[in-house]
Design a binder for this molecule. Sequence first.
Ligand code: HEC
Ligand code: HEC
Length: 284
Amino acid sequence: MKDALRGVLAGVALSALASGATAQEDAKLIVNGEIEMVTTTTAPEHLEGAFREIRSGWTFRTPETQALQMDDFENPAMIAVDRAQVVWDAVDGTEGNSCSSCHGTVDESMAGVRAVYPKWNEDAGEVRTLEMQINDCRENRMGAEPWDYGSTGMIDMTALISIPSRGMPVNVAIDGPAQSTWEKGKEIYYTRFGQLELACANCHEDNYDNLIRADHLSMGMTNGFPVYRLRNTRLNSTHQRFRGCIRDTRAETFAVGSPEFVALELYVASRGNGLSVEAPSVRN
Ligand code: HEC
Ligand code: HEC
């Protein structure tokens, strides 16, 4: 498969990472000197045959980028978290509620939530992402306008909600009522897209640890999302990242917030079951 990819990516440099290279795979991620993150662990059972071990995207980054995530004063995503805290406490909509009117503090009400999303919602009969759940609360419990799925305000809020789950293992459910959505996501993961005819798996399963253009390819995990990217100097959601990756194969892409990306998000999250929630993380 590595050879196949080399053939397909004519003109795109793909090479093994030279020894003594930039990433520090053995480095330990401890945030603020207290939150110990699991960045390498045994792969979940459903990945048997693909991986024995899974690794967070953090382990593929340079020491400089890694360091930005080890201290909240250095982490540029924390500005977004502060912004969202103000919104959390602000009344909006016809019912006179803020998020805190019902939920109280983020730390107490949202601990563990980020780790289990996307998640099946029984009443709605659908798998919901955090964004979908937030908009459900805005529309149906606050009488407020829903936020655009990929808007800054929405991504900021998902970052804030992630904070009390940092260090907890990702643990999305893939059986029971969520199973058919998970299977749809899995099918998308292995579908080849675009002129380059590349599936997610061709890069993130068959070629992780190789260099593509100037990028050290990771396993494409979502435990760090939303992610502050040094490249566009803002927070990025999982769906924005998926769209960018598919665009790189020169394909038409699914929309942010589409049922296809919701299914893909559940599937990709399940590949990282066992890694710590790192959100909001820092990547290049
Ligand atoms: C009027 C009360 C109310 C307000 C205001 C409200 N929520 Fe909710 N929220 C709920 C209830 C009730 C649930 C559980 C709903 C369910 O399981 O279907 C919930 C669930 C959630 C969840 C999922 C929690 C989980 O354990 O799965 C998130 C995330 C959330 N709300 C975020 C927000 C945010 C962000 C705001 C403000 C923009 C907000 N909520 C405003 C009542 C509210
Ligand atoms: C042509 C190769 C290629 C394909 C195909 C591809 N990606 Fe990526 N992806 C990259 C590169 C390069 C990066 C940036 C470096 C890294 O984190 O791996 C990246 C990053 C990511 C990240 C961020 C990881 C992190 O820790 O921040 C996720 C998640 C991801 N990809 C998911 C996907 C999914 C899902 C698909 C299929 C829809 C896909 N990718 C298809 C090349 C690819």
